[in-house]
Design a protein around this ligand. Structure first.
Ligand code: F7E
Length: 321
């Protein structure tokens, strides 16, 4: 019998890749979108309006969909923005996860059925790192309202697993990108600007800290890890990343070089794009995920940069100007 999944935040980058993967595997896929999404009143049957800052209709959605698996991908996920909207971020990203967990607990009791839960935890929780690479046992030291909210959500997920015997897991995902990445994140901001500069549609690009180092992988690879975590025989918390770290500057160089451009000629520093507290270095040790799930990333840093550069060049050729 075909299984049913519910994805909160289905309209984001990860939601779109996960939906494709689950459809390939024969799932019925339902998703939630926040009320700001367009087309209210014309919602397709598999889409449900739900803002995790409220969550008042989660019970109804769960009863209607009867999911076997819930992937909690909804969040205010922009780190810089979380400094401007700390309480909103804590509510949606932190307490929002608790709202989903509590709704699942009650749904399971009402219907005497089991639901497997995946929480989109984040490498940002490691923040000011005490060891490198970071693994499951590395202490958290969050450096933003966003990552504080993710730490809260992480421990609530562990707590529901330990208190109610729920199949609740945390995937501690390091940065993952793609041509579908939101335009406010640094990789996509760079690939769009580089394509526009190449085509003569834009003259310069303003950026903040170029020395921050991240472990960047391909989102398409990472949604497979999410799914594998829910197929495992026991609920676990796992680090998912590539094990390589690169600076924002290296990503810039890679993308501009792809277009035969030198980024020095176009990039301007803008102090307003810096964060009150920065995470300087992230690098994953995903050996446990490799051992337990057999998971490993397929797309390299250079392939990812080129994939995104190429996709944005094509998109700007069609829609730019
Ligand atoms: O910044 C620096 C910035 O916004 C990366 C989210 O998905 O991954 C993401 O969080 C780095 C930072 O991602 C600009 O200071 C310089 O050091 O692309 P980002 P993030 O903050 O690492 C984690 C795993 C998540 O969980 C988050 O939800 O780039 N940087 N100049 C800039 N960043 C931005 N956005 N814009 C700039 O102009």
């Amino acid at each position: 019998m075909s299984r049913t999944a519910l994805i909160t935040g289905i309209s984001g980058q990860d939601g779109s890749y996960l939906t494709e993967l689950l459809h390939e595997k024969g799932y019925r896929v339902h998703g939630t979108v926040a009320c700001k999404a367009p087309g209210i009143g014309e919602t397709p049957p598999h889409l449900h309006y739900c803002d995790l800052g409220d969550g008042g209709n989660l019970d109804t959605i769960l009863d209607e969909v009867q999911p076997d698996e819930v992937y909690n991908l909804a969040a205010q996920s922009h780190v810089r923005l979380s400094f401007d909207l700390p309480v909103y971020t804590a509510d949606v990203t932190g307490v929002g996860t608790l709202r989903v967990l509590e709704a699942i607990r009650k749904h399971q009791r009402r219907h005497n059925r089991n639901v497997r839960f995946y929480q989109a935890a984040s490498s940002e929780m490691f923040g000011e790192v005490s060891e490198s690479p970071q693994r499951e046992t590395t202490p958290f030291h969050p450096r933003s309202p966003y990552s504080c909210a993710k730490v809260f959500a992480f421990w609530q997920t562990v707590n529901y697993r330990e208190s109610y015997d729920m199949f609740a897991t945390n995937g501690i995902l390091f940065n993952h990108e793609s041509p579908r990445r939101g335009e406010a994140f640094v990789t996509r901001k760079i690939t769009i600007a580089a394509a526009r500069i190449k085509l003569g549609l834009q003259k310069s690009l303003k950026l903040g800290n170029l020395e921050a180092r991240r472990d960047w992988g391909f989102a398409g690879d990472y949604v497979e890890a999410m799914w594998l975590m829910l197929q495992h025989d026991e609920p676990l918390d796992l680090v998912i990343g590539t094990g390589e770290t690169h600076s924002v500057r290296e990503f810039l160089e890679e993308v501009f070089a792809y277009h035969d451009l030198d980024y020095h000629d176009f990039v301007e520093f803008d102090a307003a794009l810096q964060r009150p507290a920065e995470v300087s270095l992230l690098c994953a040790d995903a050996s446990k995920a490799h051992k337990v799930l057999g998971w490993e990333p397929k797309v390299s840093f250079t392939q990812l940069a080129h994939m995104m550069a190429e996709a944005d060049l094509e998109a700007q050729q069609v829609h730019g100007g």
